[in-house]
Ligand binder design. Structure first.
Ligand SMILES: C[S@@+](CC[C@H](N)C(=O)[O-])C[C@H]1O[C@@H](n2cnc3c(N)ncnc32)[C@H](O)[C@@H]1O
Length: 265
């Protein structure tokens, strides 16, 4: 306990420490290859955005008004780079906590001269809460989030009602939330959670067909090898008149919907 007489706040904090947040990840001492380490040193200042807790101006970040897609937990970034390469008209903001993955994506960004990718090396729940403005995103990708299969760990799953609501508020009207998983019970949980979120509407009945533009990810390939079925979910942000006057605004030149959504609209 801290006993300094002038420091009552500190004393209270020591007696009632804030509960530690339940995180969706465990930071392991992953091995950083020399090339990934070099990428973090040389490329992060160019393609990275430092998380400060302040709201981002996405037009300023990408230097244009394009329709920004946020990807949460990009892993080693192969999918992010492939999608960004195929969609030069959109901008992609990737969030990841795993340093080797950040280094790996930075290498791909530089190798393909991708001007439409930026990376934040930080916890997505904090970034979304503090740095992503309301009604600012054309889309959100969450591909194969950690499944936390044991029941006692389910509380660590990223896609739960409060965070899903927060994600929905960050979408522009018509913007999409696209998630995929090879864990059936997590897929069912996502489906129920997304369906119960009033700001979101399903683009189909139940699970979506895998959009042709989503390349197979590393974790997906592993899941398939284990015999797991893969589930895609594509929901769109409702426009609710009067809920927030900014919500119905779309970026002027943005093509915000993935093909799968457009087909069913
Ligand atoms: C199972 S991997 C999937 C990676 C990639 N999307 C794929 O399909 O290959 C989940 C990733 O999410 C990241 N992650 C988990 N929670 C996160 C959070 N709160 N913020 C950012 N990244 C997170 C992990 O570090 C991990 O790289």
């Amino acid at each position: 306990m801290i006993t300094h007489p002038d420091s009552t706040v500190e004393v209270e904090r020591a007696e009632h420490p804030a509960p530690r947040p339940v995180r969706s990840f465990v930071l392991r001492q992953g091995r950083l290859s020399p090339a990934q380490e070099r990428a973090l040193i040389e490329l992060l200042p160019r393609y990275g955005i430092e998380y400060t807790g302040a709201p981002l101006d996405l037009v300023q970040v990408f230097g244009r008004r394009s329709g920004v897609v946020l990807e949460i937990g990009f892993g080693m970034g192969e999918t992010t780079a492939a999608i960004a390469l195929a969609h030069p008209d959109r901008d992609f903001l990737g969030l990841e906590v795993h340093a080797p993955g950040v280094g790996a994506l930075l290498k791909l960004v530089a190798a393909h001269s991708l001007s439409n990718v930026r990376v934040i090396h930080h916890d997505a729940t904090e970034v979304v809460t503090h740095a992503i403005p309301t009604a600012s995103l054309a889309g959100i990708h969450v591909y194969f989030p950690d499944p936390w299969p044991k029941k006692r760990h389910h509380k660590r799953r990223l896609l739960q009602a409060p965070f899903v609501h927060q994600l929905a508020t960050r979408l522009l009207a018509g913007g999409y939330l696209h998630a995929a998983t090879d864990w059936e019970d997590y897929a069912q949980q996502m489906l129920a959670t997304f369906a119960a979120e009033p700001l979101l509407a399903n683009t189909t009945d139940g699970f979506a067909a895998r959009p042709t533009w989503r390349p197979e990810t590393k974790f997906e390939a592993r899941g398939r090898r284990l015999g797991h079925e893969v589930f895609d979910l594509v929901f769109v942000r409702n426009a609710i008149p009067g809920w927030d006057s900014g919500l119905n605004a779309r970026p002027a030149s943005a093509e915000v919907r993935p093909r799968a959504v457009r087909r069913r609209a």
